[in-house]
Design a binder for this molecule. Structure first.
Ligand SMILES: [Zn+2]
Length: 453
């Protein structure tokens, strides 16, 4: 072989070799600040009696777009919001589909469930006794938010470039089951013996040469250390901020798991909120310091909407009696449903749009996303029934219409089973059948995305 040919051979090898070593996945990241610029009502607590008065740090929507070797995409949006109502989620998904062709099942819209973020239109609206003018501000902010979400998703898709993906688990211990049994029934308190999941699922995104670009992580716990009048992302906001400080240029994204019945304890001060945030950031950093499991293979996604049944609905007489309640939420809900009945309408005994989403992220990781404030029993049951699979379960995903109690929680009663339905403007508590219905749909979709196992 002469020198020229040898050189040509080397060049050919050089051209081929990177193609073999090149990661076959792509990732794109985009973020947008969504902190309201004018004083606005804050979401999540009925006791709020004035608008926000400043911020501890900014609120964000963040988007991670992923593409597998076959060109199939998955896009997850995280947000410092209490919940995304169906009206907003579907408007965003439709515009994204129109502009990018991304089908609904490949877009996961999640929140952190911070209670120090803005009121989002149509979400938990019966909870609030708003002064005049506030509704207009909420509407205007909702429109802006919708645009920010769409633009951030489009920007993340435009940012797709070669990436290495890997996953792992950490743990953080501050989530405590909050359903405390008392002689008067279950109250929101502290139940250290109750079920929780302290796992911290982590998705790591690197450049092809191993430089960290983004880290996405979850935790199954209410994001409710604080109820102050300064915008902030609560423990999840601090955890993301600490990770971004420790890794300059890196984006940290948080989604909440099935934390419907867990609280960050102890709570109620900025110091405790920062402590929980630091514990969660430390848990993520401990995972990043270890060798992780590379994502290999392809993606798959499925989506379904379920009809979830309510228990028996109140009679017209019961609604009329509710109009005399001292509780604003009870009165507002009753007035709304009575108006429907007075106009000759009927009240549906189902919620017709419960979203169940299942992703297969590579060959072996399943990522299940359920709507509503899902209690931990769903996570524990799925992990038990899908034992042997690597499984993440997000709650509060794609539509936060109400709490999603398990059959056990419905039987025991308490806020997650009963009074929360008033604040969400639902006509009655859920029927116990919802648990089996949701779990059965998850299994059906899991079989479709991962038929081989
Ligand atoms: Zn909640």
């Amino acid at each position: 072989m002469n020198g020229k040919l040898a050189l040509a051979g080397l060049v050919a090898m050089a051209l081929v070799a990177p193609a073999i070593a090149e990661p076959a996945f792509k990732a794109g990241i985009a973020t947008t600040v969504i902190t309201p610029t004018e004083p606005m009502w804050m979401a999540g607590y009925a006791f709020r009696n004035k608008p926000a008065e400043g911020k501890l740090h900014d609120l964000y929507v963040k988007v991670l777009a992923l593409e597998d070797p076959a060109g199939e995409r998955l896009v997850v949006l995280t947000s410092d919001l209490v919940g995304i109502p169906r009206s907003l989620a579907e408007a965003v998904a439709e515009e994204v589909r129109r502009r990018t062709g991304l089908p609904r099942e490949r877009l996961m819209l999640t929140v952190s469930h911070t209670h120090c973020g803005p009121v989002v239109r149509d979400n938990l609206i019966d909870m609030l006794d708003l002064p005049a003018g506030e509704a207009d501000k909420i509407k205007a902010y909702g429109q802006k938010l919708q645009g920010w979400m769409v633009e951030t998703i489009v920007a993340a898709l435009a940012d797709l470039k070669p990436a290495k993906l890997s996953t792992g688990w950490g743990t953080a211990g501050f989530a405590v089951n909050r359903r405390e049994p008392t002689p008067k029934g279950v109250v929101i308190g502290r139940n250290p013996a109750g079920p929780v999941d302290h796992n911290v699922p982590v998705l790591r995104v690197d450049t092809p040469d191993g430089k960290l670009r983004a880290v996405l992580f979850g935790y199954a716990c209410h994001n409710t250390t604080l109820g102050i009048y300064q915008w902030n992302g609560d423990y999840a906001g601090f955890a993301q901020a600490y990770l971004e400080e420790r890794h300059p240029g890196v984006k940290a994204l948080f989604y909440i798991g099935c934390g419907g019945d867990a609280n960050p304890l102890p709570r109620s001060s900025v110091e405790l909120c920062q402590r929980h945030g630091r514990e969660l950031a430390d848990a993520v950093d401990a995972v990043l310091a270890k060798p992780l499991t590379p994502v290999a293979g392809t993606f798959a996604a499925r989506w379904a909407l379920l009809d979830l049944p309510f228990d028996s609905l109140p009679t017209k007489e019961q609604w009329a009696a509710d109009l005399l309640s001292k509780n604003t939420a009870v009165r507002q809900r009753a007035a709304r449903f009575l108006k429907i009945l007075d106009n000759g309408g009927t009240i549906d005994n189902h919620y017709r749009f419960y979203p169940v989403q299942v992703w297969r992220l590579g060959d072996d990781l399943l990522w299940i996303a359920l709507g509503g404030e899902v209690v931990i029993d769903y996570n524990l049951r799925l992990r038990n029934e899908l034992a042997g699979r690597r499984l993440w379960v997000a709650g509060y995903a794609n539509d936060v219409m109400a709490y999603i109690p398990s059959a056990r929680v419905l039987k025991e009663g308490g806020y997650e089973a009963d009074s929360s339905m008033i604040y969400y403007g639902m006509p009655a508590r859920w029927a116990p059948a919802i648990e089996d219905k949701i779990i059965a749909k998850v299994h059906e979709l899991v079989k479709e995305v991962a038929p081989s196992r």
